[in-house]
Write a new protein. Structure first.
Length: 87
């Protein structure tokens, strides 16, 4: 799980708004790694609106990418494997 609560509150609120408006998965303070990785990809194509990205679109994307990388590194160090669930 990735702690999105580490984002500034208005950044998380903007991502939650965008996710809700696009009918994407719900985002919580703690969110699955796969969801954050998917979101990071999708955000590249989202409109750069201040209500979605109050601190900048690319800064938000980079921060989320950092969270995903940290989680993957932690998994590697602990030997834990997180495999996505396929439909």
């Amino acid at each position: 799980m990735i702690n999105l609560g580490r984002l500034k509150p208005d950044t998380l609120a903007g991502l939650q708004l965008l996710s809700h408006e696009r009918q994407w998965p719900e985002l919580y303070a703690w969110t699955q790694e796969e969801t954050v990785a998917w979101l990071t990809y999708r955000l590249r194509y989202a409109e750069d609106k201040p209500e979605y990205f109050p601190h900048g679109k690319w800064a938000t994307i980079q921060r989320l990418q950092g969270f995903v990388e940290e989680s993957a590194e932690e998994d590697e160090l602990t030997g834990r494997s997180v495999m996505p669930t396929l439909p």
